[in-house]
Design a binder for this molecule. Sequence first.
Ligand SMILES: C[S@@+](CC[C@H](N)C(=O)[O-])C[C@H]1O[C@@H](n2cnc3c(N)ncnc32)[C@H](O)[C@@H]1O
Length: 186
Amino acid sequence: MIQRINFLRESIRNLKTTGSVARSSRFLCRRIAGKIDPEHARVVLELGPGDGAITRHLLDRLHPDAQVLVFEINDAFIDKLRTEFDDPRITLIHDSAENIGRHLEERGIQSVDYIISGIPFVMLPESLAENITEACRQWLRPGGKFIQFHYSPLLVQFYRRVFGNAAVDFIPLNIPPAFVVSCEKQ
Ligand SMILES: C[S@@+](CC[C@H](N)C(=O)[O-])C[C@H]1O[C@@H](n2cnc3c(N)ncnc32)[C@H](O)[C@@H]1O
């Protein structure tokens, strides 16, 4: 309950970038984490983790040798993630997902297996949404997956244009009900 109230407070302060008033439900988190095949997930990016609702499910599912690079722009959420997650697999990056390329190059990472995103692209300038999504496509290995949730199916055609495919799941048990879009890099 306290986590929900803290998330609500932070979201109201930054509604344009959080795009939601509630953290993801366990039903949504489980559905997203369940899309990961732990045997083929060694490098995972999470974009826009908020206070870490999905992050925890990802860590529960991932192999001990996996690494998760987490990109978050919100100061309060980054502080919260720093205190909550004491796991050697996680690297917190206080920067916009626009800059994933620079951070991956700095670490000598050549491609990634999965990208999980909760960034509210519908609320962002179109060019920013396009730049981030295109960077995701470029950095995924062939067969790697981009998994994004939204509260409407508005952008499904956009993802189909970028990736050439997009499967959609509907998760009613979330506030608001959510759509999970999964795209595979060809
Ligand atoms: C809808 S919230 C999702 C929070 C969390 N993943 C969840 O499911 O409960 C969106 C998050 O994306 C973050 N965000 C927005 N734009 C971003 C960007 N350009 N780079 C990284 N994070 C961003 C916001 O600060 C916020 O934490």
